[in-house]
Design a protein around this ligand. Sequence first.
Ligand code: LMR
Length: 333
Amino acid sequence: MKKLILAAASIAALALVGPAAAQSPIVIKFSHVVAPNTPKGQGAEKFKELAEKYTNGKVKVEVYPNSQLYKDKEEVEALQLGAVQMLAPSLAKFGPLGVKEFEVFDLPYILPDKAALGRVTKGPIGQSLLAKLEPKGIKGLAYWDNGFKIMTANKPLIHVADFQGQKMRIQSSKVLEAQFRALGAIPQVLAFSEVYQAMQTGVVDGNENTPSNCYTQKMHEVQKYMTISNHGYIGYAVIVNKKFWDGLPADVRTQLDKAMAEATDFANSISQKENDDAIVAMKKAGKTEFHDQTPAEKAEWMKALEPVTNEMASRVGKDLIAAFRKEANAKTN
Ligand code: LMR
């Protein structure tokens, strides 16, 4: 795979020095792993629309959804090598790159609500996390929201004991691995594009994800039960190849910054509704039984998951967790 990515990267580099370089637009390949009709998919399309408009066509954005070009792990390598210029990986996927602090977002119940998310991502914590990407040749431009997660399986997941021995697909985050171990389940890292088939063939029993991701991947066709638990969060960092970005003409970069700011507002404004609508649609499909977690059940899960934060403190950073919690729970008036 690496060879293929390298080949794509050198073609991209050649294109820049070709004879038509002066006239041809600057191409931004924006690769992602979810469906077009998700918060991220629509955010990417909005960025394309605005970037092309504000640069008067000097920039062309090509959006590749659904892991069409690269799967989870490969897409980050492709970005670093310059085969693609822009991605928006889930915050749970930066560990393999060596920036494990992003896994703070994966800690169970760390975010009480979306207002807390805004405080963290727009404040110094969010910015300092993005800055950690720069030594990797990556620049973080924005945070895009998706939403809180539900749990899915072919058996009802109501009590902690129900997780015993269940093979649960996870994103590549050690925090998520610890979370499922704390519940007695068997976590298994799988690329997002492989989840549906893994469920269908019984390679995994279930997963946690946002309703919009479950719905657009048709998980409701292969999962009989879903628990609306909101026990954790999925969001994204929109990232670019730093060398590419820094090498853009200053006026173009300013126009792209404006496009990104507006696309970010747009993506964040539709995320909750996309997830709410996905639950309605999956209920309507009638193949899955939904369970709204009761406060007592939530308390049971919280108790079982409480040790995860301490266990992961040395990985994620004790001070970061404390600062994150403080900001997330700050009282605003
Ligand atoms: C997953 O891999 O489960 C998701 O986070 C994919 C995504 O980008 O939303």
